[in-house]
Design a protein around this ligand. Structure first.
Ligand code: BG6
Length: 512
């Protein structure tokens, strides 16, 4: 059973296993993985027969590793911190120093895991989590394979979890997939896209398919266009080195934004089973019309932030002044695309995607703009126009669903105004602290790959943006920085919709 089909209180603990974290001294381990395990432990979802084996270069024993993790857990779980839960979890944490690019060290890893099997009852089930740079994925899996640590029997399983980025273009992603397949079967590979772990992203599917009134309207006959926004107010912080290589497009669009698009646009799957969901998402990706080089010039927009003032008044530096960033960097911190699909449901309906750093608000949402109603009823009245309805799925923050519609303004004359209906998750389901990794880790321990990405989904994502990357690389930007921090991106992003007679939804005034 997966948390996608159940809820925290009804789900049973995961299957016995040892979770090996490569890169245990890194940021991801402290900020996401250990806090996610804390939440799972709190919810009674970790098995008794469980061990975490942190692996890294630093020389430490189990106690030093436990102390290191304890130092920061409070910061990362906030008010959810509970000493008794931490004490339960910390007893399962172990550490081993090794050079992960050194094949000979894997013999020691095998011995240590087999000791843990005996001490902890982890039954030979190993989850290898790659919290290391992608350049090491192939080497580590090669060494694991050579040490016999990836061989499954009918009594135990071996799985690896890989974090994005999965390559930096179609070719490198395909090469990475081939390299992984040299040592692993596809069903042993769990590729994380943390957007799939977000409850509100999973809820898109439930909202669409569990409510009978939605589906009849969810098509080109009733929907004018869709806007997908992942706006971040943060800058690149200390990730300049990574971001210089990635940029907004690579960092967000072929992965996170296409996850949102896939769920919004897919046909009803036959079940929540991983194959069924993936097949439908892949059909959406296949239906997206490729952008030619000319299309890129008119349907893709890039931007980079200069210095500016954030809405809270904070003055922030330009991207080019961030640590690890070239003073003349051509890397984009904002990207917007107009995509269309060639299928029966969506032909002619534009999907506008935008994402960026240092924008005026931190907001991830999907806005569905319905077609305008005919105005014949209102002839000979004061009403000149009725506003089209908008349905907004708010992913974060303030997760919820918002609908705007027209209503009569009370009074003797006919006047129409836009009113809003708002549903907030927190009001109904409370605020359960989570990192977004809980469901994903739990599902992997149980062999449920529904919320993980298959090799072909990754490659299709890169295919969709490949022409944009090619054109942008061939034509370095001349106008960077072209938006001030704290604004909504370059003017050209507005023109992308403006040229079609449309407007981005005013996110700064979320009720419009
Ligand atoms: C990551 C990107 O994958 O997603 C980051 O590398 C980005 O640049 C982050 O900030 C956004 O995730 P979330 O969950 O904060 O929307």
């Amino acid at each position: 059973m997966s948390l996608t089909q159940s809820n925290y209180t009804q789900a049973p603990p995961a299957l016995p296993n040892a979770m090996v974290i490569f890169g245990a001294g890194g940021d991801l381990t402290r900020r996401k993985l250990i806090p996610a395990l804390f939440h799972l432990c709190d919810a009674g979802l970790l098995p008794d027969s469980f061990a975490v084996l942190g692996v890294g270069r630093r020389d430490m024993d189990d106690d030093a590793f436990r102390d290191l993790m304890a130092e920061q857990i409070r910061d990362h779980v906030g008010n959810a911190f509970d000493r008794s839960v931490w004490e339960r979890l910390v007893a399962h944490l172990h550490y081993m120093q090794m050079d992960i690019s050194e094949g000979a060290d894997y013999e020691r890893l095998r011995e240590r895991l087999s000791e843990l099997d005996t001490q902890r009852g982890t039954a030979g089930n190993y989850l290898f989590y790659m919290a290391v740079p992608p350049s090491l994925f192939t080497r580590v899996t090669g060494c694991l394979g050579a040490a016999g640590l990836l061989r499954e029997t009918e009594h135990d399983w071996r799985r690896i979890v890989v974090e994005k980025p999965f390559g930096r273009d179609l070719e490198s992603a395909a090469a990475l997939n081939r390299a992984l397949h040299g040592n692993l079967d596809e069903q042993q590979i769990y590729r994380i896209d943390h957007y799939l772990g977000k409850e509100t992203v999973q809820n898109i599917v439930v909202f669409r398919f569990a409510n009978g009134f939605i589906e009849p309207l969810w098509n080109r006959h009733h929907i004018d266009h869709v806007q997908l926004t992942v706006a971040e107010s943060v800058g690149v912080e200390h990730r300049g080195g990574y971001y210089e290589e990635a940029g907004a497009l690579r960092d967000m669009i072929p992965n996170h934004l296409l996850v949102l698009l896939g769920f919004i646009a897919m046909e009803p799957p036959n079940s929540f089973e991983s194959g069924a969901m993936r097949e439908e998402v892949n059909k959406v990706l296949d239906a997206i019309e490729p952008l030619s080089s000319e299309d890129v010039l008119t349907r893709a927009v890039r931007g980079q932030y200069g210095e500016g003032a954030m809405p809270d008044g904070e003055q922030v530096r330009a991207y080019r002044a961030s640590p690890g960033v070239d003073l003349r960097s051509p890397t984009e911190t904002f990207a917007a695309l107009k995509l269309t699909m060639d299928n029966w449901r969506w032909a002619g309906v534009p999907f506008y995607l935008r994402t960026g750093k240092r924008l005026a608000a931190q907001r991830t949402e999907i806005a569905i703009r319905f077609k305008q109603a005919p105005t014949v009823l209102f002839k000979n009245t004061d009403v000149e126009q009725v506003a089209p309805n908008t349905l907004v799925l708010r992913i974060q923050p303030a997760e919820g669903i918002h609908m705007s519609f027209d209503a009569k303004v009370p009074g003797p004359t006919m006047r129409v105004g836009t009113v809003n209906m708002d549903f907030c998750y927190q009001d109904y389901f409370g605020n359960r602290p989570a990192t977004g990794y809980e469901t994903l880790i739990y599902d992997c321990m149980n062999g449920d790959a529904t919320l993980y990405k298959h090799a072909d989904t990754i490659e299709k994502g890169w295919e969709i943006v490949q022409s944009v990357m090619d054109v942008w690389a061939a034509l370095p930007p001349r106008d960077f920085p072209n938006y001030a921090a704290g604004t909504w991106g370059p003017t050209a992003a507005g023109d992308l919709l403006g040229n079609d007679g449309r407007l981005w939804r005013g996110i700064e005034t979320p009720d419009t």
